[in-house]
Design a protein around this ligand. Structure first.
Ligand code: DGJ
Length: 714
């Protein structure tokens, strides 16, 4: 990996390393002064052969060399002006570190595993920092983290401990694409251009949050987004609070700094202690935002391994149909219809446990409600399974209601501050999952449910952020880093569930898409992007979501029209095509569906089952956006045999083609122009060139407002 032959800017380098991914290279060097590592190049394989496009910008007498450098990671001290990725102090001493390069620490095994480790030490402060880079075979993603060790004899205080800094040259200014939202409006794709100055997003909610996804795409603003636009991306694998700062400096360099946000303001690293930051996933695509999405999708598929290949069952979830009025008869009535239209899994959502008339009570004890299930919960599940459906259950393990036995027995298990009132949100309190006794309780509760009942699917919800986030009787400065401890135990339980119950699929949810970061996605099978299932709103949410995450992790339901949030009318066809774009589910009150609606649903579900492999394993092109009258998602079958195009009329519903006599068109991507394709439903033949340049005709009407078109290569 070491290539000592290339000399950066006349300085004798201490080292230069090129990491290679499937189609890209990432070259880091440590200049001769040995103060830091900096990025030399990052782009398509071969970009490293030539002078660095990042070198030597923006240095003045008022900007230190560290500030002007495309540095990979710097402590406050070395970088006084442009901010720093690490802010460390020893109480009673000056803030800052002036570390120096201590060498490459990758072992042969690390290099074999695609991991590069560059070490920096500060003997005065007593700090050892290792910048770690790991490539993921078969992808264009590099996973970066920093390992910090306190080598001194008293505690260190870390006010900032980012995972990485990422540098992108932006001679035309930066165009940043990011995902913004709120509850029920998550994953809205937004853009901002910055010539000079900063941009910041984050979460202090103890979860990655509804407001912003910990994700960013970067392009040079001088180049419009398109299939040949170089595009860089970052995604933080952290399910707690976080921040992302992007700054375009005088050297036409964009530096993005990303890390976790310590709840207490500072993290204490005891003498002899070590900690590892969350991983920042960094990715490059030469094919624009659409290409970057494919890089993230490929990474999620590969990281999921064999679990990612398991077909996501067509689920029915009763939440929108019955709310908290859950009982045996209502659920069985729904399950019968669900089975008859082809669903494969029946999920009972909130409301199945004792003392849960509404959202003010019942959380924490997790006993099935004997009044609602008179013959027993197990017998009810068997009846559901007898219909040919697998069984799934909703839980909210981090929550507790005021009247619960759990809270009465363990009042110290919730976040609380001595002498301060506890705020109820949605009528509930938040458990301090970072305590090991709470983790053990939650694990035991889940073990009990999963052992006692034949559950094949678990929906893990979380409906309130922690407030008054402290520990009774343990005021600061406390040794425990509350946010990190909570996240670590959340991840640990998810990993234990996988080990103990490999057959159980887990859906991640936090009041919709409040915890859909890369770390949560890696430990669950699907995530619920939003509580908003209204057809048009959902299209925009999913469009944003698919820029960051793969279709096989995107849980999506067909619900009743008019939707609760988005009341614009759309056909059942539209709602099915939208939910098919990910892992299809049904959330409507199907008891009241007509025979015709049920027949239509059965057809769509059968079609989805036939296309599931392409939808979940195919390469995706995101075509147009829901702001256009027509938009689509094209899925290319892994074996090249066909293209599947989901297309929507997201514009006017005139009941006529948008321009009478001339259907709207969707230009497909990535096809062989010389190949021939046949529309399986209509028999129409198209050349690849026609589909690429003239486009697939979409003759919309009020009834025909979406479609799933299979184009078989012939
Ligand atoms: C929020 C989730 O996002 C919904 O799908 C549902 O499970 C409710 N919580 C239940 O309380």
């Amino acid at each position: 990996m070491t290539d000592p032959t290339v000399r950066p800017r006349g300085l004798e380098p201490r080292g230069r390393w090129t990491l290679r991914t499937a189609r890209t290279s990432y070259t880091v060097e440590v200049p001769g002064h040995g103060g830091w590592a900096e990025l030399s190049s990052w782009g398509p394989t071969g970009v490293e052969d030539g002078p660095s496009p990042l070198a030597g910008h923006g240095r003045t007498p008022f900007r230190t060399a560290a500030d002007a450098a495309p540095a990979e990671y710097l402590p406050y001290g070395l970088r006084p002006f442009a901010g720093a990725e690490l802010d460390v102090r020893r109480p009673g001493a000056e803030r800052g570190s002036w570390w120096t390069f201590a060498g490459e620490r990758s072992t042969a095994a690390d290099l074999e595993a695609g991991e590069l480790r560059l070490a920096f030490t500060d003997a005065v402060l007593g700090l050892d920092a290792v910048l770690c880079y790991r490539t993921v075979p078969g992808t264009d993603v590099i996973r970066r983290r920093v390992e910090l060790t306190n080598t001194g004899d008293s505690a260190l205080m870390l006010a900032r401990l980012d995972s990485a800094a990422v540098n992108v040259p932006v001679p035309g200014g930066a165009r940043l694409t990011y995902l913004v939202g709120q509850w029920a409006q998550e994953f809205q794709l937004k853009q901002i251009e910055i010539e000079r100055g900063g941009f910041g997003i984050g979460s202090t909610q103890g979860v990655s949050g509804h407001d912003y996804a910990p994700w960013l795409a970067v392009q040079d603003a001088a180049e419009a987004d398109g299939p040949v636009t170089p595009t860089w991306g970052v995604s933080l694998a952290w399910s707690g609070s976080w921040h992302l700062d992007a700054q375009v400096d005088a050297g036409e360099l964009l530096r993005v700094r990303v890390g976790r946000e310590p709840h207490e303001g500072e993290v204490l690293l005891p003498a002899g202690g070590s900690l590892t930051t969350p991983e920042l996933l960094v990715a490059f695509s030469p094919e624009g935002l659409d290409g970057l999405a494919r890089v993230w999708h490929e990474h999620e598929r590969i990281e999921a391994g064999p679990r990612g290949l398991r077909p996501r069952p067509v689920l029915y979830n009763s939440w929108e149909a019955t709310g908290f009025d859950v009982d045996r008869d209502s659920q069985l009535a729904l399950a019968r219809v669900a089975a008859s239209i082809g669903a494969e899994l029946f999920v009972v959502d909130d409301g199945w446990f004792a003392g849960r008339p509404d959202d003010t009570a019942g959380l924490g004890d997790w006993e099935p409600d004997p009044a609602a299930f008179p013959g027993g919960f197990g017998a009810f599940i068997e009846q559901v399974r007898g219909l040919g459906l697998d069984f799934g259950l909703w839980v909210e393990p981090e929550a507790v209601s005021p009247g619960s036995r759990l809270l009465a027995e363990h009042p110290d298990w919730v976040y609380a501050i001595d002498g301060r009132p506890a705020t109820l949100i949605r009528g509930q309190l938040a458990l301090d999952l970072g305590r090991d006794e709470v983790r053990e309780y939650v694990q035991a509760m889940l073990d009990r449910l999963l052992r006692e009942y034949p559950i094949g699917y678990l929906k893990w919800d979380m409906n309130r952020p922690p407030t008054e986030r402290g520990r009774l009787g343990d005021p600061p400065p406390r040794a425990v880093d509350l946010d990190a401890a909570h996240v670590a135990n959340y991840h640990r339980i998810l990993s234990t569930l996988r080990e103990r119950y490999p057959h159980v699929l887990v859906e991640g949810c936090a009041g919709g898409g409040g915890r859909a970061d890369a770390a949560a996605v890696a430990r669950t099978d699907v995530v619920w992007p939003s509580d908003n299932t209204g057809p048009q709103d959902r299209l925009a949410i999913q469009y944003g979501f698919l820029h960051a995450h793969a279709p096989h992790v995107m849980s999506s339901w067909v619900t009743d029209a008019a939707g609760f949030f988005d009341t614009r009318p759309r056909s059942l066809r539209f709602r099915f095509v939208t939910a098919m774009a990910g892992a299809l589910g049904i959330g409507a009150d199907i008891r009241s569906w007509t025979a015709e609606q049920r027949a239509q649903a059965a057809e769509w579900i059968a079609e989805y089952k036939g296309l599931r492999g392409t939808l979940h394993q195919g390469e995706v092109h995101l075509i147009g956006s829901p702001q256009d009258d027509t938009c689509g998602v094209q899925y290319s079958a892994p074996d090249g045999s066909h293209e599947l195009v989901l297309a929507w009329n997201s514009g006017a519903l005139a009941g006529l083609p948008l321009v009478p006599g001339r259907p709207d068109r969707l230009r497909l991507r990535g096809l062989d122009p010389a190949a021939q394709y046949r529309d399986e439903a209509t028999g129409t033949r198209y050349s690849g060139a026609h589909l690429l340049h003239a486009g697939l005709p979409c003759p919309w009407s009020a009834e025909y407002d979406a479609d799933a078109v299979v184009l078989r290569r012939c």
